[in-house]
Design a protein around this ligand. Structure first.
Ligand code: ACO
Length: 379
């Protein structure tokens, strides 16, 4: 009898696991679309709230639908006292991604409809998470600076309200728009690691909070969402544009991963980068500040050096990391900003997974010892 060794796809690279109607990368044009709309168009013409609605309901909202959606999101923002107290008790050294992960898990324990996996119930839970996660992230941002939380302002849109809750003031409209563009670009990216994690958890018929908690854990890693923080640490480590090439050569010789570069899907450039880079460049120009100019020059020098040395293009985390720094956020807040956006994509996928569910359970090829008897000392 002959046995054939199954083909192994490490990291599931190139494996197609299901269909999705939420987003796709059109290989021929290197273009990312959400429900058929190019992200470039969405970033140019839509608010983040419209994109969230699109991802969940499949169509852009009309004026009335958007008005109602915004009103519901704003009403859901405040945290109850128990949640606020729980979060305040977490150690101050706790990474903000751990704070968000704990918060979502706690929201699940408080929700009497936790196990109702109907589409209507999941849409309601998704909207509540969309509304509350920024409140948690902003309170935690202020806690790290020894400052009291600022309550959400229902007169402000999603992006503006976040600045209000972090800093107690609104930046220029250009800064808010750059932030909103980052939220739109981060919102969804098909079967990426964190979304796939959410789908795996959902496929067991577990609840939405469990799936989102797990997705936050997957996003935290530096090979995924944690890369936007790692980009800023890397720029700080290099320090000056004139050292970019030397630093890169040494880092590559040490087999280090250069953060914010490379992508599993895009091998000829991430289609989101030009839009984010343009918005980041505007921030640098409007900052009119020597430190911003130094960082921008360093950012550009490293990008060019990486392309010439390795032919590897930046991914969205590369411009987003710098943009978030220029907006005034501390580095540990960067990946939580990604969560505030990707919560829309994750929950759209959770709903879609449940609509035609099949348990996700791949196989592995065993390469451990052959069958053997338990030795005498262990009996
Ligand atoms: N720095 C140095 N080398 C790299 C990088 C990088 N950032 N990315 C890829 N490579 C090299 C690898 O060393 C490998 O070279 P080799 O064939 O000589 O060994 C080759 O390119 C292929 O790399 P893989 O890891 O097999 O490619 P994969 O598709 O699995 O990797 C990944 C994708 C994990 C994102 C990778 O590019 C990486 O580690 N990037 C840095 C982390 C990062 O920026 N993550 C954010 C991803 S995008 C997002 O989450 C929004």
């Amino acid at each position: 009898m002959t046995t054939t060794t199954p083909e192994i796809h490490r990291g599931l690279a190139g494996v197609v696991v299901d269909t999705t109607a939420i987003s796709t990368v059109i290989q021929e044009t290197n273009s990312l679309t959400y429900r058929g709309y190019a992200v470039q168009d969405l970033a140019a013409h839509c608010s983040f709230e419209e994109v969230a609605y699109l991802l969940w309901y499949g169509e852009l909202p009309d004026t009335q639908q958007l008005h109602e959606f915004r009103a519901r999101e704003r009403a859901l923002r405040p945290l109850d006292r128990t949640t606020a107290e729980l979060l305040a008790r977490l150690p101050e050294t706790c990474h903000p991604m751990d704070v968000l992960r704990t918060a979502v898990s706690f929201f699940g324990s408080e929700d009497p409809t936790e196990d109702d996996g109907s589409t209507a119930a999941n849409h309601a839970k998704s909207l509540a998470l969309l509304a509350k996660l920024p409140v948690v992230a902003a309170a935690d941002h202020r806690r790290r600076q020894g400052l009291a939380p600022i309550q959400p302002d229902p007169s402000l849109g999603y992006a503006e309200n976040f600045f209000h809750m972090c800093f107690g003031a609104l930046p220029s409209p250009e800064v808010v728009r750059c932030f909103e563009i980052s939220l739109i670009l981060y919102a969804e990216h098909s079967f990426n690691a964190s979304t796939f994690t959410a789908r795996v958890v959902t496929s067991t018929l577990s609840d939405l909070y469990s799936a989102v908690t797990a997705a936050i854990g997957a996003l935290k890693g530096p090979l995924h969402g944690g890369a936007n923080e790692a980009v800023m640490h890397m720029l700080n480590e290099i320090g000056d544009p004139q050292w970019a090439e030397k630093w890169l050569d040494e880092a590559l010789a040490d087999k280090r991963r250069i953060m914010g570069f490379g992508h599993r899907v895009y091998k000829h450039g991430d289609s989101r980068v030009p839009i984010m880079q343009e918005a980041t460049d505007l921030l640098v120009t409007s900052a009119d500040d020597a430190d911003a100019a130094r960082l921008a020059a360093l950012h550009s020098a490293l990008r060019h050096a990486m392309l010439s040395r390795k032919g590897i293009h930046p991914n969205l985390d590369y411009p987003a990391g710098l943009a978030y720094h220029l907006m005034g956020f501390d580095i540990p807040t960067f990946t939580p900003l990604f969560v505030m956006s990707r919560i829309t994509g994750w929950t759209a996928h959770i709903t879609e997974q449940l609509e035609h569910n099949s348990l996700i359970r791949p196989l592995g090829v065993y390469n451990g010892p052959g069958q053997r008897a338990v030795p005498a000392h262990a009996r």
